[in-house]
Design a protein around this ligand. Structure first.
Ligand code: ASP
Ligand code: MG
Length: 457
């Protein structure tokens, strides 16, 4: 969803399926980068930067009009689509102007602003399908019937109403051979106020629809062939994984080659509906199938390795924490209240220190917050940080209950003279994560990839 040409490609893929007699529901995300741009514009509006807002509006309009003009040949359909685009952008301008007057950006108004990404892309896709002689109708997530709670920015769908409404509103179109185009990512709360499902939420919209309509498969189209054994930019011999279980895919969701919304697989798991990750630029490739464990591909115990960069490690130590109930809770409470997400934790039974991994850009804020809230109260003694580290995560469902996996991983590290700074393995045993110096990251991934023969699968 980057350009008008790409949208035509998408429409061709849809048309091919429709011609084969396959019923299709399309879920679209915003044009590439638009959601980020909208977030930025909302911030500028809050700071009262009206000139920015005006310029932004113009660029957004031009980008979408250009995409529509490339995607849609029929004059009448193009005119109609451009009219919708123009109207939506006028509405967006009013919202941004409102924000700039009040000088306040709430999670609620931010969701309203970012919802325009999908509200602008869906009519273009719909127009392009119409242009390709496929009867189609577009809906916002709200119109389609997705109802959420009011956790703006990260709203949770209310499953019962949502399922009921999706069935009632979208189901009949399929029976009448109309292709519904639904905006991903956006929904509404019970009062009809726009909410969003969290970044990358279009995947979640698709799986909600898939589960409600009890479809045969959900295809997540992207620009890579599927999930890989490692990032091919680091390991050129990395291989495509042809099948993963839901659990394995969920472990890889955030860090895999195709980043997925962390909750996207939930609705499918419940109904046992398979998902497939496919490449728009290589549709002949079957991609990665995500389904129940019986279908998942059998490889060695480790299936995939992720290298997570741009992280920092915080070490908190102090005798005050030993045997003091609630002391860890205080640490996490302070970080949570300051919107600092903790990605990984480890602590020893001595209780005298905790190590945490967070995003590197939050390090300064995390350190000052911890210092203000905890250091001077004597609960913790010392806080130190390292910002030249990375996380390595080895994943695979067969790791569970298999002896010697950790030993093989860490022996491979020792053989390559890589020092391990921190380790965590959840009791699910699907994933071993550890921290090394950033300069050792590539070597570490390569060593595990070799140890488990992942280039031979
Ligand atoms: N447009 C939204 C985002 O960028 C949702 C999506 O792309 O899935 O997060
Ligand atoms: Mg997006």
């Amino acid at each position: 969803m980057a350009t008008g040409e790409n949208i035509r490609r998408v429409a061709t893929l849809v048309a091919d399926s429709v011609k084969q007699g396959i019923g299709v529901v399309v879920v679209v995300s915003a044009l590439d980068g638009t959601t980020d741009d909208l977030c930025e514009a909302a911030e500028h509006a809050q700071n009262g930067n009206e000139a920015y807002v005006r310029k932004f509006k113009q660029q957004l309009l031009e980008r979408h009009e250009a995409a529509a003009a490339k995607a849609i040949k029929n004059e009448r359909v193009l005119k109609e689509t451009q009219h919708i685009i123009k109207k939506s952008i006028d509405e967006l301008e009013k919202v941004l102007t409102g924000i700039s007057y009040v000088g306040e950006l709430t999670p609620k108004s931010r969701d309203y602003v970012v919802s325009f990404g999908e509200r602008l892309s869906a009519p273009i896709v719909c127009g392009c399908l119409t242009d390709s002689k496929i009867e189609s109708q577009w809906f916002t997530g709200k119109e389609a019937g997705i109802v959420t709670n009011s956790d703006f920015g990260e709203a949770s769908p209310l499953m019962n109403v949502t399922t009921h409404q999706l069935k009632e509103r979208i189901g009949p179109l399929l029976e009448n051979h109309v292709v519904p185009v639904v905006t991903g990512y956006i929904a509404a709360n019970q009062d009809g106020v726009v909410t969003t499902l969290g970044r990358g939420g279009s995947d979640f919209t698709a799986t909600l629809l898939g589960a409600a309509l009890n479809v045969d498969e959900v295809w997540i189209w992207t620009d890579v062939d599927g999930m890989m054994t490692a990032d091919p930019k680091i390991i050129p011999s990395a291989k495509l994984l042809s099948a993963l279980s839901y659990q394995e895919a969920a472990e890889m969701a955030i860090f895999g080659a195709k980043a997925m919304h962390p909750r996207a697989l939930e609705p499918l798991m419940r109904e046992n509906i398979p998902a497939r990750i496919r490449n728009v630029f290589n549709p002949k490739n079957p991609g990665t199938l995500i389904a129940d464990t019986r279908i998942a591909q059998n490889t060695d115990v480790v299936k995939a390795i992720a290298l997570i960069k741009d992280v920092a490690m915080i070490n908190i130590s102090g005798a005050g924490m030993v045997g003091a109930p609630g002391s860890y809770a205080k640490v996490f409470d302070v970080l949570g209240k300051n919107c600092i997400n903790v990605m990984m934790i480890s602590t020893a039974v001595s209780e005298a220190n905790i190590s945490l991994i967070i995003r590197r850009n939050l390090l300064g804020r995390a350190l000052s917050t911890l210092e203000i809230a905890l250091l001077d109260r004597g609960l913790i003694g010392e806080v130190t940080a390292e910002d030249d580290v990375c996380v390595i995560a080895a994943m695979g469902a067969n790791m569970k209950g298999t002896l010697g996996v950790a030993s093989r991983i860490f022996t491979a590290m020792a053989r390559n003279r890589v020092n391990i700074r921190m380790i965590a393995q959840g009791s699910s045993e699907l994933n071993i994560s550890f921290v090394v110096k950033e300069k050792d990251g590539t070597v570490a991934v390569q060593a595990i990839h070799n140890e488990f023969n992942l280039d031979k699968i």
